[in-house]
Design a protein around this ligand. Structure first.
Ligand code: NAD
Length: 425
């Protein structure tokens, strides 16, 4: 096969989709990817744009725009969340779908990458309107989803309840229960034990490996965590239980720090009562900016994108940065951290625990045989440790940072599967 890539369309400023394509171009050059496969992987396999008419509480109808993008399915059915957000764009969904292909390949689970989104403002919709939207969107995309084709999951502003409505709508259309069509479901209808803490647990497992690699001692190692939601709160809880000392945490309203260690159980209770960690009396007040530069051994960005920049990267004190959030580090900052000898565990590695346990949920649904939580956690640990080793090995072999190492493993696997399957017809 041979073809040439047309890069003429890529001009500054880049949007998120062009950025994702550029990351692929970068790694393609490093690993010497065949140009035909490269051009194949540069575009999504399938893009579905749907109009979603919804009966609103007022009795009128509103039409929302929704997307489901499948990037690559050479390694198995596509997998990826559904985002309900006013700023969702098709380009963003395409980028997220491509990143899901790499993430699933890095942890070596038999899935391709997909993502979905609906342009809507769920914070200003009633529960009934959200249910109507979810059910009609599911119905519109049901022609391309299914347990053997494409399996959605939660993402920004989509919840286990929304997953339950997706499962029910799809099942009603087929006439029988099909729990394997979606993951992140409530336990009562086929969800997996351990799914709620899976992202944080996966992050803990790869940080443990990095600590071993850098010959650092876990007991008492200082951790700063930005974001105290699903990923951040559970990371604090699990890392503290594993012997780490949580010295700083923050959320959208501010942060709190204590070099001797925060009492995590009390902090979680405080967050439960007040909705924030800001104002917790067990430490001193710090800003989100200060948190990133706080004296610590491990920094866990678990909130927003683009928080580690060329400006603050020279002042980051941590020896390990574990990206529980997606895209917290800008490319210029990446280079600075690498030059300073700081090990960055990239998002497609550090937060892949979530999709890994989603895979376990799908397997349990298909087999109708449910596992104990210990089995979920043990299998997750083995997968995360192997992904860490594969990433490190590739980074060393190619003499690149851990992010490029992870991309080299992931893109290499998707390319191999795509090439082996060949082009039909
Ligand atoms: P969440 O909504 O549960 O929590 C987000 C947290 O970030 C909240 O505590 C919020 O207060 C905080 N936050 C918001 N703005 C902030 C700001 N300006 N400064 C500091 N903190 C701020 O979300 P989540 O599920 O924990 O996701 C967090 C990140 O992890 C996202 O990038 C997400 O894509 C990524 N991630 C999550 C999962 C998962 O399973 N939850 C899986 C993979 C990746």
């Amino acid at each position: 096969m041979s073809s040439t890539l047309d890069r003429s369309a890529v001009q500054a400023p880049l949007n998120v989709w062009q950025m994702a394509q550029q990351q692929l171009d970068d790694i393609a050059e490093i690993i010497g990817l065949d140009s035909s496969i490269h051009s194949y992987l540069r575009e999504p396999k399938r893009v579905l744009i749907v109009s979603v008419p919804v009966r609103m509480d007022s009795g009128t109808h509103r039409v929302f725009e929704g997307y489901r993008v499948q990037h690559n399915m050479a390694r198995g059915p596509a997998k990826g969340g559904i985002r309900f957000h006013p700023d969702v764009t098709l380009d963003e969904v395409k980028a997220l779908a491509m990143w899901m292909s790499w993430k699933c390949a890095l942890v070596n689970i038999p899935f391709g990458g997909a993502k979905g989104g609906v342009v809507c403002d769920p914070k200003n919709m009633s529960l009934q309107e959200l249910e109507n939207l979810t059910r009609r969107f599911t119905s519109e995309i049901s022609i391309i989803i299914g347990p053997e084709k494409d399996i959605p999951a939660p993402d920004v502003y989509t919840t286990p309840q929304i997953m339950a409505w997706i499962m029910d709508t799809f099942s009603m259309q087929k006439g029988y229960s099909i729990p394997g069509v979606v993951t992140g479901k409530p336990i009562a209808i086929g969800g997996s034990l351990g799914r709620d803490k899976a992202t944080a647990r996966g992050c803990l497992y790869v940080v443990n490996e990095a600590m071993k690699e850098l010959r650092l001692t876990v007991d008492g190692a200082r951790v700063a965590i930005q974001g105290f939601g699903n990923a951040g709160l559970h990371a604090a809880e699990l890392m503290s239980a594993a012997g780490y000392r949580i010295v700083a945490v923050s959320d959208s309203r501010g942060g709190v720090a204590n070099p001797k260690g925060l009492d995590v159980a009390k902090l979680i209770a405080f967050k439960g009562e007040t909705g924030t960690v800001a104002g917790f009396s067990g430490g001193e007040k710090i800003s989100n900016k200060e948190l990133l530069e706080y004296e610590c051994d491990v920094l866990v960005p678990a909130a927003l994108e683009k928080v580690i920049t060329a400006d603050n990267a020279p002042r980051i004190k941590a020896k390990i940065v574990a990206e529980a959030a997606n895209g917290p580090t800008l490319p210029e900052a990446d280079e600075i951290l690498h030059e300073r000898g700081i090990m960055v565990l990239p998002d497609i590695l550090a937060n892949a625990g979530g999709v890994t346990v989603s895979y376990f949920e799908w397997v349990q649904d298909l087999q109708e045989l449910f596992w104990e939580e210990q089995m979920v956690n043990d299998r997750l640990r083995r997968i995360m440790e192997r992904a860490f080793r594969d990433t490190l090995e590739q980074a060393r072999r190619l003499k690149v940072n851990m992010r490029r190492g992870a991309y080299a493993v992931a893109v290499g696997r998707v390319a191999e599967a795509t090439s082996l399957r060949g082009v039909y017809p």
